[in-house]
Design a protein around this ligand. Structure first.
Ligand SMILES: [Zn+2]
Ligand SMILES: [Zn+2]
Length: 179
């Protein structure tokens, strides 16, 4: 592991900005304590159904880097495109969806998919990759040159080296817990 590289890049990202957000009623407030590993724009039909919109924008970040500043979330079991389900963290008062835990290898519980639209400034986290574009709404035009995949992708094709190291650290922690 190259811890030195990872911590220095994390530090730089933390200094660059703090990413705060919250639910619609204002009871839940959270802070992402570093930049995410990657941002997905998911065009799958379940994200469309669940959001009532054309896609969902999710920032993937370690759970221990998402700090709840106020309020409570409840985890709601919800179907996902993979068939393995997801647990959506919703404000216990207004039910706004703030983030999900998806099945992701064995690290789903330590990984938050934060709904970028709940940030105070969602423009800080544009998508790195568009996924499940085979069910994209025909009127949604993807930016020219944006990485896009008909379904899913291989992390090493999209993620930065630093983000791959962060992901590897999550898998290592999960493996040590399991053994
Ligand atoms: Zn709320
Ligand atoms: Zn989706």
């Amino acid at each position: 592991m190259t811890d030195a590289t990872d911590s220095s890049s994390t530090e730089a990202l933390t200094q660059a900005s703090t990413h705060e957000g919250g639910c619609a009623c204002g009871v839940v407030r959270y802070r992402m304590q570093s930049a995410p590993m990657v941002v997905h724009c998911c065009h799958c039909s379940l994200c469309q159904r669940e959001t009532g919109s054309a896609f969902a924008v999710n920032a993937l970040i370690e759970r221990d880097r998402v700090k709840l500043l106020s309020g409570d979330v409840k985890l709601v079991d919800t179907p996902s495109n993979s068939g393995k389900g997801q647990r959506i963290a919703r404000c216990s008062a207004c039910q706004t969806a703030l983030y999900s835990h998806y099945a992701y290898g064995n690290i789903g519980d330590s990984l938050c998919f934060v709904r970028v639209g709940t940030l105070d400034d969602p423009s800080q986290m544009p998508p790195d990759v568009h996924i499940f574009t085979d069910s994209r709404q025909p009127w949604v035009q993807l930016p020219v040159g944006a990485p896009s995949y008909a379904q899913f992708y291989k992390a090493s094709d999209v993620w930065s080296e630093g983000s791959l190291q962060r992901r590897a650290a999550l898998f290592a922690t999960a493996a040590s817990r399991a053994s």
